[in-house]
Structure formats: structure tokens, C-alpha cells
Design a protein around this ligand. Structure first.
Ligand code: BGC
Length: 921
């Protein structure tokens, strides 16, 4: 029987406080039978659960809709307003017309849609800080303690429901009656606060009491005024005075309601225990400064001051509709050492982003001591903490104790990437227990969508490393790295990695938010900057961080990938004009169609071939010429724009951009590619890009592939590719039928290679191929992160080629799945899952001496075209039947190399009876 599961609203589960009045709904389907599909659905939406249980819908009853659609279905019910909680359920009918049970009831809640919905709430905060003038404003740091703000209020009874809407400039934490509300970190998260500020919604009835209550808010510097930027030493980008706005809406059982809001009646204490906080620098927490009970109703706040009230910022206040940054997991260290007396180094066993909770037992602490935690990714040879690659970031948390009580401490408004934490201030020689530290791994809590396992442990570790690197860097925006003073949303890194990221985690909501950030950051000329959010101030104006080829192109490529992976047509609709403005600008300023104008910086194929002191490895010659690089992306993005125009029905524009893309391609060929198929620069990256973007003359593919292989040979079969050409290189090898070489690269353990990193004990991806080389040591520390996702792009190759899970452009979102696994004897077995928007896609393969088993499972309501490798006249079985007689299998073609089949939904086990062959030799 068909079953409905996993109800989603705008990608999210039961979102609270959304500002889309007609959100899109979707669900997944399950069934034990093959070739199952949905033929009709019925959605019911009601203002309360009970109505729905009685099968009544006061908001919307879609009626029975004949459709196989189960994603992105727009709510078409009654108009709803702010704060409405909408409960919904759905049932579907299978291919034989049998109905499913009703799904479990899910919900969404509308947030505050207008200014007036915020009632009397005002922006309140600390005393106005003077904005330092000129350069001082950015360079001189003026850390202030985190202010505490509080208000007490009385409730006539315990409320039935209560909601808090809150946002701030500076990070906030929210408390009610002594309890922190929610599990969020670093709210309201990062946007360009001059344009858009997100608010969060919490259901807080369980924290409220009849009678006296208190609400408290604590503010930190955050992205708003803290250190930020590629150089890590600039701050105050968005402002200097920390403030917030909040509304608590209380609903009583008797139908009446009440409000508590941020207003002039709140009180403030400006010298709280957090004496300073900064994402890069860390936090100083002085327990002596605690105002114990400050967030409790019976607290005596007579010494507290009145708050300062501010005019609202000009920015738009919008609901946060992406997964919050949260503590995802708490890890206990695996070992502790004492390299110098009193210097304890805990090894977490995993490079993470976040902070530590430390339980301080005074019997272990030096009396009157300050306990300091320093964080780093590596150790020096002598076992002490290595911090050089943090550049300007300090990543230090300091706790000043005030009493003899044994208690936990943790920082509030800071995070960093680290595997090791050094603790000082403890008594010498007394080994602290491991569980003194609990390492909190934080990240935007997007669901994991991959499972991978194979007979090759290093490969498994590689996939795990890719996943962790992503998790550590998805901190409201896709950052480059979490440890050094940088942590920016560098767009080029995402251009190269985005597809892998979508295999690893559900990125629908996360990128929907970031694509808005990208639009906010676009300038009047249509230029996208190199990183997003982009504080648009004078410093950056001078720095020219705009229009870096491949970085800026992310503004076109990422929405396109959202369409391919999640069938999100709406994102194309919303973003099209922005992408068009970018391409139009490039066309305008580069009339000869070679992209040389309007480039702030051309990082080209970042970090390619950039390896020093490696035996038999050329130090020069790997870098792709900047104009080849830029024009290749220009051609590609223009082609994507044409496709976007077509999808949203702008046929004329589609024709125009198709013609333009063709012209750019021809110009590219004329300028950079000679008749012998030599690309300017003549190196791996160049051939990879030319082949991947198909920028060659008819009939030239083969010769280019020969050059691709030659350039690989010139490096003794090692890669010399960078952030943007590595995946194209791997995919081009596959396309050229050289998977054996691609597998060799994947499994190579020589520098530069993925498994070299793994062999060195990496638990995350390195920024540089040669971040560390045995015998040679570390690369210069200024730019040597061990937690950078870009080279994790090989995850895409593993998914699309080794497992063979591919989208199909004509039926995006994996409605139709192209499955083409590439089993290879060198790896005995491999299996992987991708949880698509329709559900789990599983592919596995397994060799035994005479048999190759291939398992495929695809979700209900999808179909697949599976292409399996066979040799000569090998027999293929499915289950215990000849494949020709298999259920829900339609053979499209069988040659001496492949069998191509159409599959209905469900699970299949194919068995290929091997006949004296070496698979994939
Ligand atoms: C970042 C990169 C980024 C680059 C731009 C670096 O400092 O870490 O990942 O894309 O700058 O060149």
C-alpha cells in the first residue's frame, strides 16, 4: 500500500514563522510494490488539528486532484494572515486508484507580515556607541561587554500558546524564567543587515508560568559589528550599537490574548559576564560579573538602567526560512595530553566547527585562575597547539571563576574550526578527565542526505571528511573555512562544490536564503561580488571584490542547480532578472565577447598546480590563463541563462541568450583553441574546462581528450587542477571513457590526492592539495586551512559516476533518475544513498568472482533509466528472473557493452553473470 511521509512546507518540516502566504507543500511516498505512482492527491488544511481529524478543512480542501505531483504544490486555500497556524494532511491514490491512509498531521505557521503586527515593539538596546571615524572605525577594536536586557511581567494564567518573534543587530540569546529558549546559536544569523534582517519565531508556552515571569535578552557582537572579512581584522561593517526587537504574543485558554514587547520599559545591565565576544577572537566570561537570576521574575533590577530606544533600521525584516544554526552533536574528546606543565591538550578526534562546554571542578583549577581554552586544527611536533594558520583569529575563550562551585561554562557568541583544544589554568600534573570537555559541533542544521559505504575504508573516510567539512562551513552562509579570520561566503568555492553539497545535505532552504543574499549583494551595474553577504561599504569598494569569474557566476550556476536538484522553478522565476542583469552587464562591457573587462580580481582556477617543493612535480605551468578561464565561465553562464529563460517561458530571450552563448563559444574557440586542439596554456585545467563546458569545434572532442590525458601524463598521472577544474577534469575523463584513470586519481595516495589527505589522518578536506607534505611539512600558514570544502567536489564524481546517480534535465528534481554505476574490481563493493526530494535513491554494486550484483532502488512516483555495464553476451538477471522478464523493467537497448532499461519505482537486484572479463579495465 502507498504511504505518505515527510510532509514539507517550503523545504522545511513544520516551519514556524514563515512569511510566504501561499507556501509550497510537498511529501514523500513509500510502497512495497514496484512501479508505484501517485495518480491523485487531496490536501486538507485547517486552523486546528481537531478539525482535520474530523476530516474538516476550514482553510483549504484541494479536493481530489488528478496529478502525480508531490512536490512544490502551492497552497490555494483561503487567505490567511499573520500568525495563523495551518495544520495540514494529505492522502494520495496509487496507480490502481487505491487511496493511502491520511498522512500524519503537519503544520506551518505564518509569521509577522507587516510592521503593525509587531504591535508596540521597539528597537531597544545598549547606549548609543559612538562610531569611530575614518579608518579607525574598521581597524580599532572596541569590545564591549554583552548587555543584558530584561523585563518582568505577569500572566493571569498559564497560557495556552505563546509565541516570541525576535530579531537583533548583533547576535542574541533569549531567556525566559532562567532558561535559554531554543537550541539556536548565533541568531539572527547572517544577512546584509543594511538590507534584510531575519527574525526567528519560538513557541514558548512551556516556559511561561501563571503569575510573575521574566524575559531576558543578551546581545553579542556577531557578524553585525564583530570582526569580519577576508583579512579578519575589520569590524563594525554594519553598525556599532547592539539592539533588538521582540514581541511575545500570549494566547489564553479563554480566547483572550496579551502582548509583551521590547519597549522603553525594559531594563539593561551593560557590564554583564561576557566581557567581550567575537566570532574570530573568542569570548571572555567573567563569572564575578554575573547578575545571578537576571532572567528570573524575582530578580531585583533596581540598579539596572533604562534601555535606550532606537528608530527602526531601514532594512526589511523577514522571517528566517532556512534551518537554524544549532548544536548538532556534542563530542567527548578521545585523549588528553600535557605537552608542557599545566598545558592540557584535548583531542576531539574530529575537526569541527563550534565551541567547547567545559565543566570546571575547582579542585582541578589553580586558585583564582582564569581558565583559558585555545583552539586549533593541528598540533606542533612537540604536541603543543598549532595556531599559526588561524592568522588573525584568536579563537580563545577565557573563563574567570568566582566561586568554589563545580559548574559548566561555555561561550555564547563565538565559534571556530578546531580539533584540538588547549586548556590552561588547571593544576599541573593532575590529568583532567576527558568528559571535562564536551565539544559542540554547530552548523546550519540541514538534514544529511547521503549514506555511503564501500569495501575501501579510506574512501569511506573521504566521504565522511567531505560531509564534515560541509557541516562545519554551512554557518548560515557557505563559508570558505571556519578557523582563520576569514569565514566568508566566497562564491567560487560554492560554484565548484554546490552539486556535491546537494548530494550530502538537503540544501533547498539554505541556498534559497543564500540566493537572496546574493541578490542583495549585486550592485546597480549587475555585478555580483566575490563573496556574499557583501557589506557594501567603502573598504570593499576600494578592494574591488566584484565579478571574479566563476565566483560571480555562482549567481547563475547555483539557482540553476536548485532547479536541477529540487525542480525549483520558482527560484528561477525570482532570480532570472538578477542573473540576466549580470550577463547583460558582461556582454555590454565585453563587446568582443572575451571576458576581460569588469573583473575586480581574477582568481582563475584557484590553487591549481600551486604546489611547491614536490619531487618531479612542475612548479609552474598548471595555471589556466585568466582570459581562458573567465570566457569559459562567461559562455557557460550565458548558456544557463538561456535555459532559465526557456523554462520560465521567455522564448525570445531564450533565443537571444542561446545565440549569445554560441557567439561567446565561437569567440572563445577562435581566440584560445587552435586547429590542433591546443588550448592556450596547454594544461590540465584548460582541457578540463574546454571539455566540460563543450567549448570546441565539431569533431575536436577526441583530440582534446588526448591532450587531457597527455597533460595528466606530464604530471606523472597526478592532478594539477584547482577549485574549479578538478571536478570538470574527473568528469571529462569519464566522458572520454577513461574511468580507469579517474579511479586511479580517486584512489591515489600520492600528493596531490584526496587519499593522501586521508592517509595523513585528515577528518576534513584541506584547502590546499599540499597543505601538509611528509618530509616537507606545512604550507605557509597565512592560507592553509584544513577545513575547506572546495576539493570535496570529488563527492560529485563519486555520486554521479561511481554510484551513477544523476538528475535528468527534462524531468528535474530526480523525477526521472539516470542511473549509470561504474563498478570497478579494485573496489569490491560500494553502496550509497541520496535522499532526493522524492525520497531515497539507493545504488550499490558488489563483485564476487563470477558475479557482479547491482542494487538499485528508486522512490515511488519516480522512474529511472538504468544503464548497466555488461560484456559481450553476458546474462543479466533481476532477482531470479532473466532481466527480459523482470517486473517493471523495460529494456531499451542491449549492446555488447551496456544494457539500458527503464525502471519503475522500487527495489531491484541485478545480477550480471561475468564471463571471463576484467570489468572496467
Ligand atoms: C578563500 C577561498 C576563496 C579565495 C578567493 C581565500 O582566502 O579561503 O576559498 O575563494 O580566497 O581567492
Amino acid at each position: 500500500m502507498i504511504k505518505v511521509t515527510d510532509l514539507r512546507c517550503e523545504y522545511l518540516r513544520n516551519p514556524l514563522g514563515i512569511d510566504i502566504l501561499k507556501p509550497r507543500l510537498g511529501w514523500k511516498l513509500q510502497s512495497d510494490t514496484r512501479n508505484e505512482k501517485q495518480t491523485q492527491y487531496r490536501i486538507m488544511v485547517a486552523t486546528n488539528k481537531k478539525l482535520l481529524e474530523e476530516e474538516k478543512a476550514d482553510l483549504w480542501d484541494s479536493g481530489i486532484v488528478k496529478s502525480d505531483k508531490n512536490i512544490h504544490i502551492r497552497y490555494e486555500g483561503k487567505d490567511i494572515g499573520s500568525e495563523t497556524k495551518c495544520f495540514w494532511k494529505v492522502r494520495v491514490w496509487d496507480k490502481n486508484g487505491n487511496p493511502s491512509e491520511w498522512s500524519k498531521i503537519a503544520h506551518w505557521r505564518i509569521g509577522l507580515l507587516t510592521d503593525s503586527d509587531w504591535k508596540e515593539s521597539r528597537w531597544i538596546g545598549e547606549k548609543k556607541r559612538r562610531r569611530a571615524r575614518l579608518l579607525r572605525k574598521w581597524f580599532i577594536h572596541d569590545y564591549d561587554p554583552s548587555p543584558l536586557l530584561r523585563k518582568s511581567f505577569t500572566l493571569k494564567t498559564k497560557p495556552k500558546n505563546a509565541l516570541i518573534y525576535i530579531t537583533s543587530l548583533g547576535d542574541y540569546e533569549l531567556y525566559i524564567n532562567g532558561e535559554k529558549i531554543g537550541n539556536r546559536c548565533l541568531s539572527p544569523e547572517w544577512t546584509d543587515y543594511k538590507q534584510r534582517i531575519q527574525y526567528q519565531t519560538y513557541e514558548v508556552e512551556s516556559a511561561l508560568l501563571e503569575g510573575e515571569n521574566a524575559v531576558g535578552v543578551m546581545l553579542g557582537d556577531g557578524w553585525f559589528k564583530g570582526n569580519l572579512g577576508p583579512f579578519g581584522v575589520l569590524h563594525n561593517h554594519y553598525g556599532v550599537t547592539r539592539r533588538f526587537k521582540m514581541l511575545l504574543h500570549i494566547f489564553y485558554e479563554d480566547g483572550t490574548s496579551d502582548y509583551v514587547y521590547s519597549d522603553e520599559h525594559w531594563k539593561i545591565w551593560e557590564d554583564g559576564p561576557i566581557q567581550m565576544s567575537d566570532h574570530f577572537m573568542g569570548e571572555v566570561y567573567d563569572a564575578k560579573k554575573e547578575q545571578r537570576g537576571w532572567d528570573q521574575p524575582d530578580f531585583n533590577a533596581s540598579e539596572w538602567k533604562k534601555v535606550w530606544v532606537y528608530d527602526p533600521p531601514k532594512a526589511q525584516i523577514v522571517a528566517q526560512m532556512n534551518e537554524p544554526i544549532e548544536i548538532i552533536e556534542e563530542l567527548t574528546p578521545i585523549e588528553v595530553s600535557e605537552p608542557n606543565p599545566g598545558e592540557f591538550v584535548f583531542n576531539i578526534g574530529q575537526n569541527i566547527s563550534g565551541f567547547c562546554k567545559i565543566h570546571l571542578n575547582p579542585s582541578l583549577v589553580v586558585e583564582g585562575a582564569k581558565v583559558m581554552l585555545r583552539h586549533g586544527e593541528l598540533l606542533n611536533d612537540d604536541g603543543t597547539l598549532y595556531t599559526k594558520n588561524l592568522v588573525v583569529a584568536k579563537n580563545e575563550d577565557i573563563f574567570l571563576l568566582d566561586s568554589n562551585e563545580s559548574r559548566p561554562f561555555h561561550p555564547h557568541f563565538t565559534y571556530r574550526g578546531f580539533q584540538y583544544v588547549e586548556v590552561t589554568g588547571l593544576k599541573q600534573g593532575v590529568k583532567p578527565p576527558l568528559d571535562m570537555i564536551s565539544a559542540c559541533s554547530i552548523g546550519s542544521n540541514c538534514e544529511k542526505t547521503y549514506e555511503f559505504e564501500s569495501s575501501h575504508p579510506d574512501l569511506n573516510q573521504l566521504m565522511k571528511n567531505i560531509y564534515w567539512t560541509q557541516r562545519n562551513n554551512m554557518i548560515s552562509v557557505p563559508t570558505d573555512c571556519p578557523q582563520r579570520g576569514e569565514r566568508m561566503g566566497w562564491m567560487g568555492d560554492t560554484t565548484g562544490y554546490a552539486q556535491t553539497s546537494m548530494f550530502m545535505m538537503d540544501m533547498g532552504a539554505f541556498y534559497s536564503k543564500w540566493i537572496k543574499d546574493i541578490r542583495d549583494a549585486q550592485d546597480e551595474l549587475g555585478r555580483y561580488p566575490d563573496f556574499v553577504p557583501y557589506p557594501r561599504n567603502k573598504v570593499y569598494k576600494i578592494m574591488n571584490f566584484y565579478c571574479a569569474p566563476a565566483w560571480a557566476d555562482c549567481g547563475v550556476i547555483l539557482p540553476w542547480l536548485m532547479y536541477l536538484n529540487y525542480a525549483d522553478k520558482e527560484i528561477i522565476q525570482d532570480h532570472y532578472t538578477s542573473a540576466k542583469n549580470f550577463i547583460d552587464h558582461l556582454i555590454k562591457v565585453n563587446p568582443d565577447l572575451i571576458w576581460t573587462e569588469s573583473i575586480g580580481h581574477n582568481y582563475a582556477d584557484w590553487l591549481n598546480g600551486d604546489i611547491v617543493d614536490l619531487e618531479n612535480y612542475p612548479e609552474e605551468g598548471a595555471a589556466v590563463p585568466p582570459d581562458v578561464f573567465s570566457t569559459a565561465f562567461f559562455a557557460y553562464s550565458t548558456r544557463l541563462l538561456a535555459k532559465m529563460a526557456e523554462i520560465i517561458g521567455k522564448d525570445e530571450e531564450a533565443n537571444y541568450y542561446t545565440t549569445m552563448a554560441e557567439k561567446i563559444k565561437n569567440q572563445f574557440i577562435k581566440t584560445f583553441l587552435d586547429d590542433n586542439g591546443i588550448i592556450k596554456g596547454d594544461n590540465q585545467a584548460g582541457y578540463a574546462l574546454v571539455l566540460f563546458f563543450k567549448l570546441y569545434r565539431d569533431g575536436q572532442k577526441e583530440i582534446l581528450e588526448k591532450h587531457l590525458i597527455r597533460t595528466l601524463k606530464e604530471y606523472d598521472y597526478r592532478l594539477s587542477t584547482g577549485f574549479l577544474s578538478t571536478l570538470p577534469f574527473m568528469m571529462s575523463l569519464t566522458d572520454a571513457q577513461h574511468n580507469n584513470l579517474a579511479y586511479d586519481l580517486l584512489l591515489s595516495e600520492r600528493v596531490p590526492s584526496w587519499l593522501y589527505m586521508v592517509r595523513q589522518g585528515a577528518t576534513t578536506m584541506w584547502e590546499r592539495w599540499d597543505g601538509f607534505v611528509e618530509g616537507r611539512g606545512l604550507r605557509r600558514p597565512r592560507m592553509n586551512s584544513f577545513d575547506h570544502f572546495a576539493f570535496g567536489c570529488v563527492g560529485e564524481w563519486i555520486y554521479r559516476v561511481a554510484l551513477g546517480i544523476n538528475y535528468y534535465e527534462e524531468e528535474p528534481g530526480y523525477k526521472k533518475i539516470m542511473i549509470e554505476p561504474h563498478p570497478i574490481r579494485k573496489i569490491e563493493w560500494m553502496r550509497g544513498t541520496y535522499t532526493s526530494i522524492y525520497g531515497d535513491i539507493n545504488v550499490g554494486w558488489n563483485f564476487s568472482e563470477k558475479l557482479l550484483k547491482i542494487n538499485i532502488e528508486i522512490p515511488v512516483n519516480t522512474t529511472a533509466q538504468a544503464k548497466l555495464p555488461i560484456h559481450a553476451s553476458e546474462i543479466v538477471k533481476e532477482g531470479n528472473k532473466e532481466v527480459e522478464n523482470g517486473e517493471s523493467i523495460k529494456i531499451i537497448e542491449k549492446t555488447t557493452k551496456n544494457i539500458i532499461m527503464e525502471l519503475g519505482s522500487g527495489a531491484y537486484e541485478f545480477q550480471i553473470i561475468l564471463q571471463n572479463r576484467q570489468v572496467n579495465k
